[in-house]
Design a protein around this ligand. Structure first.
Ligand code: DLZ
Length: 171
């Protein structure tokens, strides 16, 4: 329902977990690079504004959104991270590429999250037009890169909460 949707691009830092000791990976797709560059800037600036220092942020570029899963796994395997943010932009074309790419990256990141216990954040725009993508990467609908960074901090915070309270599937 539209009325209950939250625009996380506008956020209250005081409501977020302390991110100052967290480490993040960011995988960025090169396809539609103007859009994904804006998503990256939004995510990076948000992490910095929440007290994360540049050396706690590890970026990798991958050719397209389809490669985000492999890029994210590479980051998680090579750095000690609290969450991995994956940024891409898939624009509907005339062929079924769109469906295959979106499905693959959504499933890939879900599998990585479930298997590893590390949050892998789906910051992929899936739009009909370039205009819609622009509106969501610093336009009238905010910047989904900012939202992906906030989600990463929240999910990483859950992890430390769990560790503190020793909760888990086993009780
Ligand atoms: C091939 C392709 C197409 C048609 N469209 C997009 C797109 O809109 N956004 C995107 O991130 N990547 C696209 N790609 C590239 C694929 O993600 C992938 O890089 C190639 O299929 C090679 O595996």
């Amino acid at each position: 329902m539209a009325s209950v949707q939250q625009n996380l691009s506008v956020f209250d830092k005081s409501q977020l977990p302390d991110a100052t000791k967290m480490h993040f990976g960011i995988a960025v797709a090169e396809w539609n690079s103007v859009i994904t560059g804006a998503l990256y800037q939004g995510a990076y600036d948000t992490l910095i504004s929440c007290g994360v220092s540049p050396d706690q942020i590890h970026k990798i570029d991958v050719p397209g959104s389809f490669e985000l899963t492999a890029g994210a796994k590479f980051l998680a395997s090579n750095y000690k991270l609290d969450a991995v943010i994956c940024l891409g932009c898939v624009i509907q074309g005339e062929t079924r590429h769109f469906d295959f790419i979106c499905q693959a990256v959504a499933n890939g990141l879900t599998n990585l999250s479930v298997m590893s216990g590390l949050p892998f954040i789906f910051g992929v725009l899936t739009t009909d037009t370039e205009e819609q993508a622009k509106e969501r990467s610093g336009g009238k609908h905010g910047n989904k890169g900012i939202e992906a960074a906030i989600t990463a901090i929240k999910m990483a915070g859950l992890k430390s909460q769990k560790t503190k309270n020793k909760i888990g599937f086993g009780g």
